[in-house]
Design a protein around this ligand. Structure first.
Ligand code: GTQ
Length: 344
């Protein structure tokens, strides 16, 4: 490869003259912005242990009242980006949010898209666009861009969920902002009931205003049952995986990040090809060994890890008798829309 000229090769007075007119020579930085062969991601394979973070999250519950936090969240930050950037990958933000019994996280809406994957506890709910969505372990609840959302808790134990947002990307785009609202009036209508039966859609014949996001809550009981049915129906299938989709369009549930539920049969090893998007794995049930490039992680229930793009990944369920269930988030809808999606 051709050796390119360095900044130091240029006389200082020339460099000063360039700077004075907001000009920069490309060639000293060309290889940094267009590296040979493949990108040099800052995203590092990183794992967060739930048993490790849980006491610190509960301690936040004692140290910081909800009124002082608005959202009581510990961010799962990737050291490769610098912890202060609060990002797991280029486009993915992860946070563990705690809501205590009786607490209220007030209504707001914002441009980034969010989902919540419920990790622990019963009795909390999130109201999204007037729809009250109960939170149970493993449920996925969408908060698409621009929709009002607030969290409440009528139960008796702490509730914890994993927030996944496309905040780093929307912030990078200089398009991130929020608006505070007032308590929503809960409206009748439950998308998870209407869309609980695969392939059967409400007919648009006499429709009112059609919702862009007709399904906001994906109950884990349904996803789990669908995975078990798929595994049983197709015994030779390696990737027993479901994609969370918008039932009205069949497309991805949200525009920027993709969401999936994966089942690993007892003893199964699954090799994933290197793909351009970064991804996140969160163990809903069981345990998992994750090999991400040259790094190995042992993930227990409720643990979370992230993997950079362009990296081969091997997932292994070492249990001889129990299936493992994994929630996956990735950047593939974004990569496909940008035209940069690839598998190697
Ligand atoms: O629950 O609305 O982790 O607005 C970050 C920003 C959660 C939320 C986060 C948010 C929320």
């Amino acid at each position: 490869m051709l050796e390119l000229g360095r900044l130091e090769d240029l006389p200082q007075d020339y460099r000063d003259a360039l700077s004075a007119q907001n000009l920069v020579p490309l060639w000293p930085s060309l290889r940094a912005v267009l590296p040979p062969g493949q990108p040099r991601p800052n995203t590092r394979a990183t794992a967060w242990s739930y048993q490790g973070l849980r006491p610190l999250l509960l301690q936040a519950g004692e140290l910081t009242p909800i009124e002082k936090a608005e959202r009581r969240v510990l961010v799962l930050a990737n050291p490769g980006h610098g912890l202060e950037k609060m990002q797991a990958s280029a486009a993915i933000y992860l946070g563990m949010q705690l809501l205590l019994p009786g607490e209220w996280a007030p209504s707001h809406r914002h441009t980034p898209n969010a989902v919540r994957m419920i990790v622990e506890g019963e009795g909390a709910y999130t109201t999204v666009d007037g729809e009250k969505c109960p939170m149970s372990r493993g449920d996925l609840i969408l908060t698409p861009t621009g929709l009002w959302h607030e969290h409440g808790h009528d139960g008796s134990e702490p509730v914890v969920w994993l927030d996944v947002l496309d905040l780093p990307l929307v912030h990078y785009m200089e398009a991130s902002y929020h608006i505070d609202g007032s308590r929503q009036t809960v409206q009748p209508g439950r998308g998870d009931r209407v869309h609980a039966h695969g392939g059967l859609l409400p007919t648009p014949m006499f429709e009112g205003a059609r919702k862009a996001y007709p399904m906001l809550r994906y109950p884990w009981v349904e996803a789990r049952a669908a995975l078990l049915a798929l595994a049983e129906d197709q015994p030779a299938l390696d990737a027993v995986q479901l994609r969370y989709s918008n039932p009205a369009t069949g497309g991805d549930a949200l525009n920027i990040l993709g969401f999936y539920a994966l089942m690993l049969r007892p003893g199964q090893t699954l090799q994933l090809p290197a793909r351009s998007p970064a991804s996140v794995f969160h163990v809903i049930e069981g345990g998992l060994q994750a090999q991400i490039g040259d790094q190995a992680f042992a993930l227990a229930e409720a643990d979370t890890c992230c993997a950079p793009g362009y990296t081969p990944i091997t997932l292994r369920n070492a249990s001889p008798d129990a299936a493992a269930f994994v929630f996956i988030a990735d950047e593939s809808p974004l990569h496909r829309k940008l035209g940069v999606y690839e598998t190697r």
